[in-house]
Design a protein around this ligand. Structure first.
Ligand code: PRX
Length: 703
């Protein structure tokens, strides 16, 4: 295992996707109004002022009881922030804005069908809705402080309402991305031991009203198999009074929220004053094993961190109209659609559907009509909009002062289209690097003070001190031209607290490798290992090269190879399965599955479809493989391990490299001819890949 990882990092030395780019200076108009325009801020957050520098973030919040200890390191690496403090997140995101901004839109919700009315939810409306739903959760469902409630909700205002209602009660929410399958949702219900599921009957996606409630029935069955019985399913309705699902409502278990709410009209619920260290929510993400990890985020540290980074890195002012196109079902949406923007009392736009529906001018029409001035999305969406409508932005009269890219590396060419065409050369861009685990940004430029460099996210953000280590724990100096494992040397308030139910896995995955001394209570001995390969230029800017574990980043979403493989082998004909990434010009990477059959079965397109279907039902449509290849056997080492790098190279038309260590080298040429022959027939030969991309593919999953 150690050797395999070493090989990956060594290969990453040259896995540089593009040459070093020149700087772009922040536009003067942006600097003039920026929240962080005084370079003193860099000094205030320098290492010598750590951890007290984060008082500046904590002071953006309203505390019921002010905290005494900034950072408690007594139980490494379970750091505690703002100890002794108490606050309520829903109070901070809603109630405290009423005095000045009661009638201002907190949320502007844009339904996917263009003929449907856009809905502005004012802070006063939001206050009413959050209180009523909190009353329902407390009095009808009986949930109390520390209980978990799972949501499986799409991009509708009911999702932030549900989140804030839980936060008001001190109840831990766990939102499962709406596009995930019922089975995926069921596994997460069981892991978090939720007794309540909040869902919706249907929602619009690409012009269709999707039946969503059906997934709840499947989720409950899966949770039951895993020993958790859900008591109540609360079903919001996309159109109040109409039911958009074919799935029957189960008597005594399933309830329409709009009907129940009649009993709670106008009810107010006192916000529960929570310790800063109480968990606020869980967010599941993929890793090396088949079991997704429930990242547990805190109340005070998390909210302070997302408020601070929203202010300085998103440059949110209360009077801005801010639009992040991510899904609230991912961490980006939690931190930078809901909690950060609402803590700052701004207007956050939520769009229900697909950005290119009904045409690639849609986002720019929305921006023009709503006066959006801050725009936030992922490279995969930028690539898609550029491909389908390169000239669309110029047709609309909007002005962005600031734009974000997040979730995957962005190619400089795509970055330049974003800057020139979408931003019209007037917007500052931040390329924000971070992860579900982190709560908020780790790497980015400070938009008015640090120049942009296409393809690099920038230095560590305020109060984050990154370092790149080689396999032996030596620091690779900035400008060394070498890649290694990017780590953060210090704790920060937004970090997750643990993996729900698996503290050992938390230590082992993120801290074990580079911990200098397990007995030490000094944070300097406990660097956080992010799990990404990276290089650092002489100016300190980081270039993120991608995951070092077996995770494939498809359109900015993390998919674990083990999850894909274990879903595939649920198909009765399948003996073995291996998932590999292929370069995809829109989604960054796509998944291809290689499977071999049990004796007595022969290859057929039905089996291929069954594998796709199994992945779709275990994980969700986003994980659907581009191709399923049925092969006579997998290329294996003499100890029986599947050599994923060999099949990844075949899928990407890359150099297969040395196969002499294989137990069955003769199989490789068979597979290559079959797969590449089919790909040529289907017109799927990749564009010419750079030497570095080929190398990256060849380095994948070498175990
Ligand atoms: O590999 C990095 C990549 O996405 C991973 C985190 O994925 P997730 O937890 O789903 O969170 C995505 C949004 C916060 C990272 O380990 N990644 C994220 N942002 C960037 C990135 N790679 C390059 N550049 C980025 N800006």
């Amino acid at each position: 295992m150690k050797d395999a990882k070493k090989a990956q990092v060594d290969d990453a030395h040259i896995a540089v996707h593009w040459k070093e780019e020149g700087y772009y200076q922040p536009p003067a108009r942006f600097i003039g109004q920026a929240n962080a325009a005084d370079p003193d801020i860099l000094e205030r957050f320098s290492e010598e002022h750590f951890p007290d520098c984060f008082k500046e973030y904590a002071d953006l919040l309203t505390w019921d009881t002010y905290w005494q200890t900034t950072l408690d390191t007594s139980n490494p690496p379970f750091w505690k922030w703002f100890v002794g403090g108490r606050l309520n997140v829903s109070y901070n995101c809603v109630d405290r804005h009423l005095a000045t901004s009661r009638n201002k839109a907190a949320i502007i919700w844009v339904p996917e069908p263009e003929e449907e009315r856009t809905e502005a939810v004012t802070y006063q409306d939001l206050y009413g809705r959050v209180n009523e739903f909190a009353a329902l959760l407390r009095d009808f469902c009986g949930v109390k402080v520390g209980d978990r409630v799972t949501f499986h909700l799409p991009m509708v205002p009911e999702l932030p309402v549900s989140m804030l209602a839980c936060a008001r009660l001190g109840v831990i929410h766990s939102e499962v991305f709406g596009g995930f399958s019922g089975m995926a949702c069921g596994g997460r219900i069981a892991d978090s031991q939720s007794r309540i599921l909040v869902t919706m009957d249907g929602y619009y996606r690409n012009g269709e009203l999707v039946d969503h409630k059906a997934k709840a029935d499947e989720a409950l069955a899966v949770a039951r198999e895993q020993g958790i019985e859900v008591d109540k399913v609360l079903v919001w309705r996309r159109h109040a009074g109409q039911y958009a699902s074919e799935s029957p409502m189960v008597d005594g278990r399933d309830f329409f929220v709009d009907e129940l709410l009649n009993d709670y009209r106008g009810t107010l619920v006192e916000p529960v004053s929570m310790p800063a260290e109480a968990p606020l929510f869980l967010m599941y993400t993929s890793g090396t094993t088949a079991l997704p990890k429930g990242c547990q985020h805190s109340t005070g540290g998390y909210l302070a961190y997302v408020a601070g980074t929203s202010k300085y890195y998103q440059d949110i002012h209360p009077e801005d109209t801010y639009w992040c196109l991510a899904d609230i079902g991912w961490i980006t949406g939690h931190s930078y659609i809901v909690y950060g923007p609402l803590a700052l009392g701004t207007t956050s736009v939520i769009y229900e559907g697909v950005p290119t529906y009904p045409d690639p001018g849609r986002p720019w029409r929305i921006a023009e009509r709503l006066g959006v001035n801050i725009f936030h999305t992922a490279p995969t969406t930028i690539r898609m909009l550029r491909k389908l409508g390169p000239d669309e932005p110029a047709k609309y009269n909007y002005r962005f002062k600031h734009m974000t890219t997040v979730g995957e590396p962005i190619e400089p060419e795509v970055w330049r289209w974003y800057y020139d065409s979408v931003g019209k050369g007037e917007a500052a861009i931040v390329d924000t690097w971070w992860q579900t685990e982190n709560g908020g940004f780790l790497g980015s430029t400070l938009p008015a003070l640090q120049a942009m460099k296409p393809g690099s996210c920038g230095p560590g953000v305020l109060g984050i001190y990154p370092a790149i280590y080689d396999e032996d724990g030596n620091v690779l100096e900035p400008g060394s031209g070498r890649a290694g494992n990017v780590c953060i040397r210090n704790p920060w308030p937004g970090s997750f607290q643990t993996i729900w139910g698996s503290p050992e896995r938390f230590i082992q995955t993120y801290y074990e490798k580079y911990c200098a001394n397990k007995e030490s209570k000094d944070w300097r001995d406990w660097p956080y290992m992010a799990g990404d390969g990276a290089m650092q230029a002489a100016d300190g800017y980081l270039r993120i090269l991608g995951r070092i574990d077996d995770v494939i980043n498809v359109a900015g979403h993390r998919l674990g190879t083990k999850e894909l493989e274990s879903a595939s082998i649920t198909v009765e004909e399948i003996a073995e399965a291996a998932a590999v990434p292929v370069i995809d010009d829109i989604r960054g990477r796509a998944v291809e599955m290689y499977v071999s059959l049990k004796p007595g079965f022969s290859a057929s397109s039905e089996i291929e479809k069954k594998v796709s279907k199994a992945i779709e039902s275990h994980i969700g449509k986003i994980a659907r493989p581009k191709n399923v290849w049925i092969v006579p056997d997998m290329p294996k080492t003499r100890s029986g391990k599947i050599m994923r790098r060999v099949i990844a190279s075949i899928s990407n038309f890359a150099d297969i490299g040395d196969t002499t260590t294989l137990a069955n080298p003769e199989i490789v040429e068979d597979i290559r001819q079959h797969v590449q022959g089919e790909k040529v027939d289907r017109g799927e030969t990749p564009r010419e890949l750079t030497a570095e991309e080929l190398k990256e593919m060849a380095a994948f999953g070498a175990e």
